[in-house]
Design a protein around this ligand. Structure first.
Ligand code: AMP
Length: 219
């Protein structure tokens, strides 16, 4: 496999976080989740974290300039030189254009934009049952992907929590933001022949297999 530079597109709850950890581990590249970077900044209580929280708690996207500074800093770290997988970025056209320019300036190209497709009614149910391990970013579902011990992370045993923004009214706001600002990115990557669409209504193992198969021709 050559250098992989991937990004995952998909509505909140489509399985981006789960799949990005699996794919990145297999490919030996870092998984970079802007949502995780944001949650860490909020947990640390930094000034930037407080600004992020004003948006995330309402289900709104954080302004592009804040996200771009954070992503460019992360992509400049040495572990990204042999490839990376972006989860939850880009989410707007200006973010996609900035990423394209950033890569072009370094004579790099994206390998593929993988879109995980899941209908809205499934997403609301997934979010309601989603549980999250703050230190690792691993996620579970009380019914569809339960941890070995109820309420505990499989690896560290720490308590799982529900994300503040997984409450139903916030999930609906996040889905609206997606429709308004992010949905068009499928076309952005389709016209560049980079879009790979995968049906995300299946077990994590099956979705992972589908993504691996869909990526075979390009990786
Ligand atoms: P996620 O974990 O990807 O669902 O992200 C959680 C929240 O962080 C989102 O609802 C947004 O408020 C914010 N966020 C994450 N990534 C981005 C991004 N690329 N652009 C703007 N806001 C983002």
């Amino acid at each position: 496999m050559g250098e992989l530079r991937l990004l995952l597109l998909g509505k909140p709850g489509a399985g981006k976080g789960t799949q990005s950890l699996r794919i990145a581990a297999r490919a030996g590249i870092p998984a970079i989740s802007t949502g995780e970077l944001i949650r860490c900044a909020i947990a640390e209580g930094t000034e930037l974290g407080r600004r992020f929280k004003d948006y995330t708690e309402k289900g709104k996207l954080v302004p592009d300039e804040l996200i771009l500074a954070m992503v460019e800093e992360r992509l400049s770290e040495s572990d990204c030189q042999r490839g990376f997988l972006l989860d939850g970025f880009p989410r707007t056209k200006p973010q996609a254009e900035a990423l394209e320019a950033w890569l072009q300036e370094r004579a790099m190209a994206l390998t593929a934009a993988v879109s995980i497709v899941v209908p809205d009614h499934v997403l609301v149910e997934r979010a309601a049952g989603r549980r999250y391990s703050p230190s690792s970013g691993r996620t579970y579902h009380v019914k569809y992907a339960p941890p070995q011990v109820s309420g505990k992370d499989d690896v560290t045993g720490e308590d799982l929590i529900q994300r503040d923004d997984d409450r139903e009214e916030v999930v609906r706001a996040r889905l609206e933001e997606y429709q308004k600002k992010t949905a068009m990115l499928a076309d952005f990557y389709r016209v560049r022949s980079l879009l790979v669409e995968v049906d995300g209504v299946a077990s994590p193992e099956d979705v992972e297999r589908r993504i691996a198969e869909a990526l075979q021709p390009v990786s």
